[in-house]
Structures are given as C-alpha cells and as structure tokens.
Design a protein around this ligand. Structure first.
Ligand code: DX5
Ligand code: ZN
Length: 224
C-alpha cells in the first residue's frame, strides 16, 4: 500500500531541546523533519534561521523539509541549502521571482516546493509545476502551530491531486502533495482521501496523547 509520509513540525517541540526533539521523532518513524522558518514580516512570528538548521543537521539523516515563510525568499535560499535542507518550499507571493527561486533551489541540488495559503487559488501551481518536487497546501494561515484545520482546503487538495495526476500522465515528474496545519488523526484521514501523500503535523505529534511513535502511526491511520 502507499504509505503516507509524515513530516513532524519541530515548531511544536521544546525550543530549548531541539536536537533531542529531532532525534526523538527520527527514532519514532518520521519520514522527514519539517522546519518552519518565519521572518516576522511575511508572517507575524519569528522562529528558526539557517544556523539552527545547520546545528540540527547532525541529529538526523532524514530529509530536512524546510518551509520558508520569509519575504523576500531568494536571498536566503543559499544559506538554507548550505545548512543542509533537502526540500525547500516557498510561498509564491513571498517573491520576488518565484520561477527563478525554484530554479535556483533545484540548481543547488535541493528538492523544490511551493505552498499555497488558504486564500490562494489553485492556479498558482500551473506556471511552475515542472519545477516542483512538492506542492504543499496550507490548511491553516501560516504563522503558528496549534490552529484548527480549515475544511475548505480539502477541495484544493483534491484539485491539486488532479493537476499532479494529469502532469504525470503527460510524462511529468511525480510530485509530493503535502498538507500543513491542523493535521490530526481525523483530518489526516480526510487529507489522504483527498489525495495527499505527505502530512505535516506539529501539535498532533509533539502534544498528542501517545508516544511520538504512536502519534505518528495514528496519522498514517495505522491502528495498534
Ligand atoms: C504554520 C506551520 C505549520 C505548523 C503546524 O505556519 O507552517 O507547519 O507548525 O502546526 P500544527 O500541526 O500544530 O497545526
Ligand atoms: Zn510548515
């Protein structure tokens, strides 16, 4: 069966013990490590910079899934590449030149992604689909962990699923379809049904009822 990828967001971890958090979610079966980078400008919060990503790199061999909520984006891409990012996902409206930013991420040997905010139209995917290794749908407004899933985004997940399937049918590269925000075992099921292949989860992993391994398994829909 097609196993959905789980990318726990360390935004919900103890920021005084991030290395331990990364080791723990790695051992608990995380497929990727989601790192939320916020600049206090594109979003109303400040989080993690490239030096912290670099310091975390020796703590896991899993792909670092770096979500850039910064504007402008392009200037800082080389620093996150050098820090050890495996995926760099950017917001089309963070500017200034989305297409060139994606090209520069890929030219550096890193997987490139775009992320659509809840208010963004699905058509933002079209002009850059050839350059995407991952497309992420935000199911909350970016800036904070612990918000509630916005159900209207399920339709957008399904619409992007159809775009990716059509792209692959035309001979295009496969693309991960990731969902970020308010993902818990219940909303995860709806996301997977709509066609998601990767789920980000902060609260549900770090503040869920079980161990990290149990919380990750619950998101995949595995029952104990
Ligand atoms: C929000 C971040 C998310 C956030 C998810 O801007 O992009 O990755 O950490 O947190 P939860 O899973 O708690 O909604
Ligand atoms: Zn994120």
């Amino acid at each position: 069966s097609n196993k959905v990828l789980i990318s726990p967001s360390i935004l919900s971890a103890d920021f005084a013990a991030l290395g331990q958090a990364v080791r723990d979610i790695d051992a608990a079966g995380a497929d990727m490590i989601h790192i939320d980078v916020m600049d206090g400008h594109y979003v109303p919060n400040l989080t993690i910079g490239p030096d912290v990503v670099k310091a975390l790199r020796p703590h896991s061999d899993k792909p670092f899934d770096v979500h850039l909520m910064i504007s402008p984006t392009e200037l800082l891409v080389p620093l996150f590449v050098a820090a050890g990012a495996d995926y760099i996902t950017v917001h089309p409206d963070a500017g200034p030149h989305l297409h060139r930013t994606l090209q520069s991420i890929r030219a550096a040997g890193v997987k490139a992604g775009i992320v659509l905010n809840p208010g963004a139209p699905v058509e933002q995917v079209d002009p850059v689909i050839d350059l995407c290794d991952q497309i992420m749908i935000m199911s909350v407004n970016p800036g904070y962990g612990g918000q509630s899933f916005i159900p209207s985004q399920l339709e957008k997940i399904a619409a992007v699923r159809a775009k990716i399937d059509a792209h692959v049918a035309r001979g295009g590269q496969d693309i991960l379809l990731q969902v970020d925000g308010g993902v818990n075992p219940v909303t995860a099921k709806a996301c997977i049904a709509a066609g998601a292949t990767s789920l980000v989860a902060g609260s549900a992993v770090f503040k869920g009822a079980g161990t990290y391994a149990e919380n990750i398994a619950a998101l995949r829909g595995d029952t104990a």
